[in-house]
Ligand binder design. Sequence first.
Ligand code: RIB
Ligand code: CA
Length: 301
Amino acid sequence: MPTPVVLDCDPGHDDAIAILLAAGAPEIDLRAITTVAANQTLDKVTLNAQRICSAAGIDVPIARGCARPLVRPLYVAEDVHGESGMDGPSFGPPSVAVVEEHAIDLMHRHMPATLVATGALTNVALYLQRYGSAGVREIVLMGGSTERGNTTPYAEFNIYVDPEAAAVVFESGVPVTMIGLNVTHQALVTPSVVARLEALGPLGQMCEELMTFFAATYREVFGFEAPPLHDPVAVARVIDPSLVTCVEAFVGIETAGIFTRGATVVDLHGRLNQPPNARVAVGLDVDRFFDRVVDAVSRLT
Ligand code: RIB
Ligand code: CA
């Protein structure tokens, strides 16, 4: 039976591919898409979710969530994702509408399900505070790192934007799987991967345009030869857990550090004497991962 999934995201170039992967993979029953401000403002990431669903013919409800983190001002990643939040392709007006209800109410309507989160965790934390953990089978999130960060030396973007929300999620008792930079930086979209996508008709060409922009900013900002496809790795874990190797560990979220706000302190060796509160990704089958991404996009064309 396909796994019921609600995808909470901030499209975002890699979120866009995560939407396609979740919608195209037969192992997933994509029930709803919710948007959260992070890569760009809520209006922009929501329009981008509409654009992707319109381009791919994905017919699932889309609901707007939080326009800012729980307690901090919004911090966006315009240097990486551009002014629109998904620069590169040109889009016409979306044919897919947004539902009126708030993201957390749409989430609640579709439980029990797995929550896949690929942006800041603001919506997920608010959901847990409003409705509790009942019905949430698992939270699989792209965020954090067992190593260093990408937004500050020790903080990954999604956790950095809303560390208080991340603390709520990791302390909730819900089964959490953390897909961090230590793994997603292995999922590099090389020219051969781009060529495989581009060969898939108009939707594939849209993916090529997304990745071409993403590659340029990742080269300029981070010096990468190819951009890492972060968010789809979280979806891939739901599709086939054997794609992503995980270990149980305690993960502490730094919310008070002067230089370390948003750090995910992953205690791989039990030094803090805290019980494990997450499954933490430590490995990725890169070739099979991209096979699944290409297969999912091909199923949508
Ligand atoms: O650090 C990478 C994460 O931040 C990804 O989810 C990307 O889309 C941005 O949101
Ligand atoms: Ca994202």
